[in-house]
Design a protein around this ligand. Structure first.
Ligand code: SF4
Length: 439
């Protein structure tokens, strides 16, 4: 086993670690004589009432520390590397990989192809299981980690090898059996590619996946995202309205059958399918508690319902203000009608809603989360924006004040000469941002 140095980055005030005079820069060598592989080992190993820690101080001294504590009490240590191990990259070359379709010269971290099961538990990432050893699977079972999010794409082993460009991708599906037998909770996703894993293949895949109910909680089906940078890549065809109707028919048929049999809808269509098919978003109950919001499954229905609920509470008044909202092509009709709904109670509020086309990745990319700062600026320049421009927080890189193309919020404010308000993706936040009185 490869040994990673676990350098302590922070010691929390008032913690056991502080009391033991552990300091940032110290290295945790072992716990109860056991070498720590990663963050999961660490959390598992510290769940004891008596611990022996071996710590290497920055001056080279080795300290053996004996600790008595409550069973689940934390030590108050944060490590420089949150994963306590190197991030694992993927061993595939999927025919639909979004990273392969990104333009050059973007931030280097955006090109990192992770396929790390630890990130599945920590951040909800989806993994293909192709770089996981039996040891990794057994650790998940021992530590009862859950849920694990799996990119299935197809249950046809030969087709999976082709789609992932990895000869082990079909065999990797056997690991799902082991997780199922151990009762590990899972979620799944299928990226659908036209004439490849759709139609009969999709029927077969859904049928096979239902065998893992109830431990497999949900599976989403999303259309492949295609940017304008697909030269030299596998030739993929875009889905049409008719295709979307067919995909939805298939999913609804399965939902009906599975709900009658197991009380779960299990298989869910991404919002994009409904928009492409020109169908209404389904009712909230069909999402089984919105298990796959991060995958764009049910986001629109949730927003519609939340805004509706907030609107019922609004009394309204005549306050006067002008503001603007910008969003992607996909969400535009919904955001426009929702803002009109709110403004009915506030006739003095003038809200301009703008649809931003994705020139950076190409017009086939319609989600707001992949808009760039430069596209927003160039398409809003010279338009009526009012005192504030509202943007949903999913246009920013997670946890940062920066758009995908490194444009900052303040650079956008200067370029557009208006304040930019970043709004959380929820109905309440949307309504509050809309009716907020200017200082
Ligand atoms: S698993 Fe496939 S889609 Fe994901 S990063 Fe790797 S190549 Fe790309």
């Amino acid at each position: 086993m490869k040994k990673t140095k676990h350098i302590i980055g922070r010691v929390l005030a008032g913690s056991i670690a502080e009391e033991m005079e552990i300091e940032p820069g110290d290295v945790l060598v072992s716990i109860n004589d056991k070498i720590i592989e990663d963050v999961f080992d660490y959390h598992y190993l510290i769940n004891e009432e008596y611990l022996e820690l071996l710590v290497e101080k920055s001056n080279g001294e080795e300290w053996e520390l004996e600790i008595e504590k409550e069973f689940e009490e934390d030590l108050g240590i944060e490590f420089e590397n949150g994963l306590m191990d190197e991030y694992r990259s993927c061993r595939n070359k999927c025919i639909f990989c979004f990273i392969d379709q990104m333009p050059k010269n973007m931030r280097e971290t955006l090109y990192f192809k992770d396929d790390d099961s630890r990130l599945s538990f920590l951040q909800g990432n989806y993994v293909t299981l192709t770089n996981m050893s039996d040891h990794d699977i057994e650790r998940i079972i021992t530590y009862k980690l859950a849920p694990i999010n799996i990119s299935f794409h197809t249950m046809n082993p030969a087709l999976r090898c082709q789609m992932l460009n990895n000869r082990f991708a079909g065999e990797a599906l056997k690991k799902v059996d082991r997780l199922y037998e151990a009762g590990i909770e899972m979620n799944g996703q299928i990226v659908l590619c036209k004439d490849i894993n759709d139609k009969k293949e999709l029927e077969y895949t859904i049928g096979e996946l239902t065998k893992y109910i109830p431990h497999l909680k949900s599976v989403s089906v999303v259309p492949v995202g295609m940017t304008q940078y697909r030269d030299d890549l596998f030739s993929l065809k875009p889905f049409t309205k008719e295709d979307a109707i067919e995909v939805l028919d298939c999913i609804h048929r399965w939902q009906k059958k599975l709900f009658a049999e197991f009380g779960t809808h299990f298989i869910h269509a991404g919002d994009e399918w409904y928009i492409l098919a020109g169908e209404e978003m389904p009712a909230e109950e069909t999402y089984d508690g919105y298990l796959q919001l991060e995958n764009g499954v049910g986001m629109t229905r949730l927003l519609l319902n939340e805004v509706e609920e907030e609107c019922q509470k609004l009394i309204g008044n005549n306050r006067k203000q002008e503001l603007s909202i910008a969003t992607g092509v996909l969400a535009y009709p919904y955001i426009k009608s929702l803002s009109e709904k709110v403004c009915q109670k506030y006739p003095g509020i003038q809200a301009y809603v703008y649809e931003i086309k994705n020139n950076f990745f190409g017009e086939r990319i319609t989600v707001a989360g992949l808009l760039t700062g430069n596209d927003i600026i160039s398409q809003l320049k010279g338009k009526d924006l009012g005192q504030r421009l509202l943007l949903s927080d999913n246009v920013l890189r997670s946890g940062e004040d920066v758009f995908l193309d490194d444009v900052t919020v303040s650079e956008m404010e200067i370029a557009l000469q208006t304040k930019v308000s970043i709004v959380k993706s929820s109905g309440r936040a949307f309504v509050e941002a809309l009716i907020q009185k200017e200082e």
